[in-house]
Design a protein around this ligand. Structure first.
Ligand code: NIG
Ligand code: FE
Length: 411
C-alpha cells in the first residue's frame, strides 16, 4: 500500500546519508525540506522531496498536510512504564523536604512500587501499560525501551518481562526490553547486598535469557544503591548471555557508574547529573550513548547534567522520559524537548537530535528509526498547524501532534 503525504509545510529531520548517532557540534544541525512530500510504501519510507519534484504518482491514500509539519516519531530509550499504582503521597513528602534517598531508605520509592507489582496480576499490569503506551504514541512516541525493576523477586521480575513481551506483540510501536533486576535493595537483603546480587546473577539473568525475555541488562549503579563491584559482577553475567548493558549511573554522585558502563561497552548510561571531566573523557572514547533524563531532574528538582559541556567536548547526547511512578510520571516526549531547551540550554535542533536519532541509538534502533530516511520504518507524526519547527519546544504543555503513523499506518 502506498501513502503520499503532500504539501508538508516543513519535513523535519531528513537524512540522505543516515548516521547511527549525531555528536558534538553536529547536534545543532538538522536537515529539513520546506513544501515537501513524503511517500510511504507499506511500512517504510520510500521517498521524499520538494513538492515541485513530485510529478504524477499513483497512491492508495493521499494525505494533505497543508500548514502542518512532519517529524520522525520520538524514540523513548529509557522508561519504567510497566508499573502498578501511582505514588503521589511520596511526591508530597518530597515537596515537604524529604530527599529521594531518604524516601528510599525508609522503604518507600522503588520498594513501594515493588510491593504493588508483586501483588498485581500480569493481566492488570499489561492492560495499564498498554493504555500508557497508547497515550505516549498520541504525543508522538514511536519506539519505547521498557525496564523491569519493580519485581525485586525472580518471579515478579519475570512477570514484568512477560508483560513487556506481550506489549511487543500487542502494540505496533517498536519496543525493547531490559532486565533491571538490580534496581533497589529489598529490605531483607539490607546489610548483605551481595546476596541479592547473587540472586540476580544465579536466577534472574539465566531465567530471563532462557525465555528470551531481555534485550538488555540494567543496574542502578549509584551511591546508596549498587556499587561498581556489584555492577561489574552483574554485567559480566549478563554478557555471558549476550545482554548488552544500559545502566543507571551518576544520578546521586560521581559513583564510577560511567566508567563501568564504558568498560562493559554499554549501549547507554543514563541520568548523569554528576558528570565531571574524567567521565566526559572516558565517554569520548566509547560507543556508549550518554543519556539525560530531564523529566526526572525536573520532577525531583535535581541539579542538571552538564549537557552543554558534554556536547562542546564532542559527545553525543540522548534524552528520554524515564517514565515511572516515582521520579517522572509522564511519558510525554514533547515536554522533554521543552525541558532540553529551557533547562539544558539546548537549541531546538539539538533537542530534536537528542530525542530521535540519538535516543534511537541508545535503544539500538537508530538503523531503522529516528529520522526520515528512505528504507527506514514509516514512524512519523503530522503536527497541528504550527508556524515553525522551533514552536515544538516553545509551546510547552500542549499536544502539537495531530496524526501519528506507525509502520506506515495511522493510529
Ligand atoms: O530512573 N533512578 C532510579 N530509578 C528510577 C526511579 C524509579 C522510582 O523511583 O520508582 C529512575 O529515576
Ligand atoms: Fe530510570
Amino acid at each position: 500500500m502506498r501513502t503520499i503525504i503532500k504539501n508538508i509545510k516543513e519535513l523535519v529531520q531528513v537524512e540522505r546519508q543516515p548516521k547511527l548517532r549525531v555528536c558534538g557540534t553536529d547536534m545543532a544541525h538538522i536537515e529539513t525540506i520546506k513544501e515537501a512530500y513524503l511517500i510511504i510504501d507499506d511500512d517504510k519510507i520510500a521517498g521524499f522531496g520538494p513538492m515541485s519534484e513530485l510529478g504524477e504518482q499513483h497512491a492508495d491514500n493521499e494525505v494533505d498536510a497543508t500548514g502542518r509539519m512532519v517529524f520522525p516519531t520520538f524514540c523513548d530509550s529509557h522508561t519504567h512504564m510497566v508499573y502498578a499504582g501511582s505514588r503521589e503521597i511520596e511526591y508530597i513528602d518530597k515537596i515537604r523536604g524529604l530527599s529521594y534517598d531518604e524516601i528510599a531508605k525508609r522503604g518507600g520509592g522503588i520498594l513501594n512500587s515493588a510491593k504493588r507489582v508483586q501483588e498485581a496480576s500480569e493481566e492488570q499490569l499489561f492492560e495499564d501499560a498498554l493504555q500508557r503506551l497508547d497515550m505516549m504514541a498520541r504525543y508522538g512516541t514511536g519506539a519505547v525501551e521498557i525496564k523491569s525493576g519493580y519485581g525485586m523477586t525472580t518471579e515478579a521480575e519475570m512477570k514484568m518481562l512477560r508483560v513487556i513481551r506481550r506489549l511487543k506483540e500487542a502494540s505496533p510501536l517498536t519496543i525493547k526490553s531490559t532486565l533491571l533486576g538490580a534496581h533497589g535493595i529489598p529490605m531483607e537483603y539490607r546489610g548483605r547486598q551481595e546476596k541479592f546480587v547473587d540472586l540476580v546473577i544465579e536466577e534472574m539473568i539465566p531465567q530471563a535469557a532462557a525465555e528470551g525475555l531481555a534485550d538488555y541488562i540494567d543496574v542502578f549503579c549509584d551511591q546508596g544503591f549498587f556499587t561498581v563491584e556489584d555492577t561489574e559482577r552483574m554485567l559480566e553475567a549478563g554478557a555471558r548471555y549476550g545482554m548488552r548493558p544500559k545502566i543507571h549511573a551518576n544520578e546521586m554522585a560521581c559513583s564510577g557508574g560511567i566508567q563501568v558502563a564504558v568498560k562493559w561497552d554499554a549501549l547507554s548510561c543514563d541520568h548523569l547529573e554528576y558528570t565531571g571531566d574524567a567521565e566526559i573523557e572516558c565517554l569520548l572514547h566509547s560507543a556508549t550513548m550518554p543519556t539525560v533524563l530531564p523529566g526526572a531532574a525536573f520532577f525531583l528538582n535535581m541539579q542538571h547534567a552538564p549537557v552543554r559541556k558534554m556536547m562542546d567536548a564532542g559527545l553525543p547526547v540522548a534524552m528520554a522520559s524515564d517514565y515511572n511512578p516515582g521520579s517522572s510520571p509522564s511519558g510525554n516526549m514533547q515536554l522533554i524537548v521543552s525541558f532540553a531547551c529551557v533547562n539544558y540550554r539546548m537549541v531546538p535542533e539539538e533537542a530534536i537530535n537528542a530525542t530521535t536519532i540519538n535516543s534511537g541509538y541508545a535503544m539500538g534502533v537508530s538503523d531503522v528509526l529516528g529520522s526520515i530516511a528512505v528504507g527506514k520504518l514509516a514512524n512519523l507524526y503530522i503536527t497541528k498547524p504550527i508556524p515553525t519547527f522551533e514552536y515544538m519546544p516553545y509551546a510547552y504543555g500542549e499536544n502539537k501532534v495531530e496524526q501519528v503513523y506507525i509502520k506506515g499506518r495511522r493510529i
